[in-house]
Design a protein around this ligand. Structure first.
Ligand code: SAM
Length: 290
């Protein structure tokens, strides 16, 4: 089950027409703290319309992957002029990459749509090279607002219970300890976790200047416990395969079978499973076989 953003007005509705400058700014602060500034190949999973594209400017090759073709087309409008960018339509549950070809991965504001977290993490782990970095953001059920609501009996689920809570269909909040266990289970070593967006409160956003909010959040990211609505984690892959030297389209595999692909006109073709995947310049469509 996938939360489908195809044709959605996410960019306008969520970011442009709403007061989210604070969230955007503090997420960038958290990413800058964790992201190796330079590297070979980076991927953002669930990149949407490419909001964070400029953060990856130190990388030789930049892959923006999303399940929504329409959001990815918006990302292509924003970043497609830069030859280092590739746009890949695919699901995190069926990633179209060979083992160990990616050096750095991020997934921001996407995990909360995952009904099967272990399956998603397993796919991500497979495409990451030995020594690579994975920055994961997730929505934290053990946040101050949820604690207060639970104490006042305005919410029936406990923010302290480990299991994920689906508060709206395909929208989940996770307990930090539960997520730590899922990451460890598939072989990630979590080095750091930080709370982000502590000040996500309408009244504060309306009264305090943005710079003040960002400066307070920056301090809280370093010193506060994990009770904010969003948690950023820095994870590494120790050991395993490093195939990040592969170049061009040799990094791709059929998302159906994991078998090799070859180029035939505007398609990547898999002789092993008979699938064909459309390519339009720098846009690779692994969502539905042609
Ligand atoms: C809330 S948006 C976040 C977009 C972007 N990460 C950002 O922070 O601006 C969630 C994104 O996750 C994508 N998504 C949801 N389920 C997915 C899946 N199974 N595979 C890949 N992308 C998915 C959606 O299409 C959407 O673009």
């Amino acid at each position: 089950m996938i939360c489908d953003y195809e044709g959605s007005d996410y960019k306008q509705r969520f970011w442009q027409n709403a007061d989210r400058a604070y969230e955007d700014a503090v997420e960038r602060v958290a990413i800058a703290k964790f992201l190796p500034p330079k590297g070979r190949r980076i991927i953002e999973i669930g990149a949407g319309f490419g909001r964070l594209g400029e953060m990856y400017r130190g990388y030789d090759e930049i892959i923006l992957l999303d399940y929504s073709r329409s959001l990815l087309e918006q990302a292509r409008e924003m970043w497609g002029h830069d030859p280092r960018f590739k746009f890949v339509a695919a699901s995190v549950y069926e990633l179209p990459f060979a083992q160990g070809v990616i050096n750095t991965a991020l997934m921001i504001r996407v995990m909360h749509h995952m009904a099967d977290v272990p399956a998603a993490l397993k796919q991500i782990r497979y495409m990451l090279a030995a020594g690579s970095t994975f920055i994961l953001e997730f929505a934290n059920k053990r946040n101050l607002k949820a604690m207060a609501r639970y104490a006042l009996r305005k919410q029936d689920w406990s923010p302290f219970a480990p299991e994920p809570v689906e508060f709206v269909k395909l929208n989940f909040d996770f307990h930090p300890q539960w997520m730590a266990e899922q990451l460890a289970e598939v072989g990630f070593v979590t080095e750091q976790r930080i709370p982000v967006s502590y000040l996500r409160v309408g009244a504060l956003k309306r009264t305090l200047p943005l710079e003040t909010m960002v400066s307070i959040d920056k301090t809280l990211q370093s010193v506060a416990p994990l009770y904010a609505p969003s948690v950023f984690t820095l994870n590494h892959v120790k050991g395993g395969v490093d195939a990040s030297h592969l170049v061009g389209e040799t990094i791709f595999r059929s998302p159906k079978s994991g078998a090799a692909l070859r180029r035939e006109g505007n398609f990547l073709v898999c002789d092993a499973d008979g699938t064909r995947w459309r390519v339009d310049g720098n846009f690779y469509d692994f969502k539905d076989a042609a």
